[in-house]
Design a protein around this ligand. Structure first.
Ligand SMILES: NC(=O)c1ccc[n+]([C@@H]2O[C@H](COP(=O)([O-])OP(=O)(O)OC[C@H]3O[C@@H](n4cnc5c(N)ncnc54)[C@H](O)[C@@H]3O)[C@@H](O)[C@H]2O)c1
Ligand SMILES: [Zn+2]
Ligand SMILES: [Zn+2]
Length: 361
């Protein structure tokens, strides 16, 4: 039996998204049907709509979600109907060269549902990051469901499904931020603010938030930033160096995804420091750096996909910290909205009004 549900679809490059009826098949072998309770609006959804990821329109947007498993297909044993789950875009395969070397967070062969969700005329949809959760129900691979404590609010829990995990993980997993480190975070939207939180959890002594928006900086301070720099009015590199004894930060996290902010990150880190790129660039962007500086400054230049997270390890742990009051996820939820308000949320995101708008169903 197939399910007819309402969902947010991007039909063409740059065109406003529309609320449509889509067809979701019953789960086949290895798949799970999930009733969505909440799904955050991430900048990557907007990238999809603008054609910045690929041209496989129509997209079924939404990928930062939590919900309840409604049914599972043949052979599924890890999750069961009734489980409260966060959806992830890293269902690891266990067999690729990364998994076999014991580094599943780099899995090169993650999987999604095999069956396609469609429009009512049969047109196949491309679900954003293999999830597609601005929908009343979605079909995913069972491995994309990570069971967590039901006591957590769906709006907060869902955020771990992408942006907040990407930010926390960029600091903790990729940047390896440790006790006493100095960290600078360039761009403090949902992802960057989460990198601030991750740095704080990891025991960083100095956390410098950089943004061009005072409101974002204020929130970053609330979440643990010790210093704030508005790089609209001042030079980010100079400001970060000044705040770190003239040297630069041990770890600089770029959470915008632009060449100029990457360059700032590169020069704002101390010698032998680490740059983590978590912002997603678009295909036409180029970076030019003196190779001698790349060599001479030493250290590590890394990129962070999904915070190098392992959902089965990281989601339940972070939800536990949240329930203990040690990880503030609620501050990330600026507003809750209805399914037909995603386009409006994109506008607000574009204006920089929100950390996260979260669709609650
Ligand atoms: N690597 C991953 O796994 C991953 C996961 C999710 C999102 N992302 C990416 O991370 C980036 C941020 O996502 P988000 O949801 O936080 O977006 P967002 O729009 O909420 O935040 C972007 C922030 O950058 C600030 N900004 C813009 N230009 C700036 C500049 N020149 N200098 C300093 N700050 C500037 C904005 O004011 C805003 O606060 C996006 O590129 C998104 O696609 C990456
Ligand atoms: Zn693998
Ligand atoms: Zn995302």
């Amino acid at each position: 039996m197939a399910h007819q549900v309402r969902a947010v679809v991007a039909r063409g490059k740059g065109a406003p998204v529309s609320l449509e009826t889509i067809i979701v098949p019953d789960p086949g072998p290895g798949e799970a049907l999930v009733k969505i309770e909440a799904c955050g609006v991430c900048h990557t959804d907007l990238h999809y709509r603008e054609g910045g990821i690929n041209d496989e329109f129509p997209f079924l947007l939404g990928h930062e979600a939590a919900g309840v498993v409604e049914s599972v297909g043949e052979g599924v044993t890890d999750v069961a109907p009734g489980d409260f789950v966060i959806l992830n875009w890293r269902a690891v395969c266990g067999q690729c060269r990364a998994c076999l070397r014991g580094r599943p967070w780099y899995c090169f062969s993650t999987h999604n549902a095999k069956q396609k969700m469609t429009l009512t005329d049969g047109t196949e949809l491309s679900p954003a990051l293999g999830i597609g959760a601005f929908a009343e129900k979605t079909l995913v691979a069972a491995g994309q469901c990570t069971k967590v404590d039901r006591a957590a609010s769906a709006a907060a829990a869902g955020l771990l499904g992408c942006g907040v995990m990407a930010g926390i993980g960029a600091a903790i997993n990729t940047g390896n931020v440790g006790r006493g480190d100095s960290v600078a975070v360039i761009g403090c939207g949902g992802v960057g603010a989460a990198a601030v939180v991750g740095s704080s959890l990891a025991g960083a002594a100095k956390i410098i938030a950089v943004d061009i928006d005072d409101l974002k900086l204020e929130t970053a301070r609330k979440l643990g930033a010790t210093h704030a720099v508005n790089s609209k009015n001042s030079d980010a590199v100079e400001a970060i160096r000044e705040l770190t004894g003239g040297f630069g930060a041990d770890v600089v996290i770029e959470a915008v995804g632009r060449p100029e902010t990457y360059q700032q990150a590169f020069y704002a880190r101390d010698l032998a420091g680490t740059v983590v790129l978590v912002g997603v660039p678009t295909p036409e962007m180029k970076l030019e750096l003196p190779l001698l500086d790349v060599f001479g400054r030493g250290g590590a230049l890394k990129s962070s996909w999904y915070g190098d997270c392992l959902p089965s390890r990281d989601f339940p742990m972070l939800i536990d910290l949240y329930l203990q009051g040690r990880l503030d996820l609620d501050t990330f939820v600026t507003e809750t909205i209805a399914l037909d308000e995603v386009e409006k949320a994109f506008e607000r995101m574009h204006r920089g009004d929100v950390l996260r708008s979260v669709v609650v169903l």
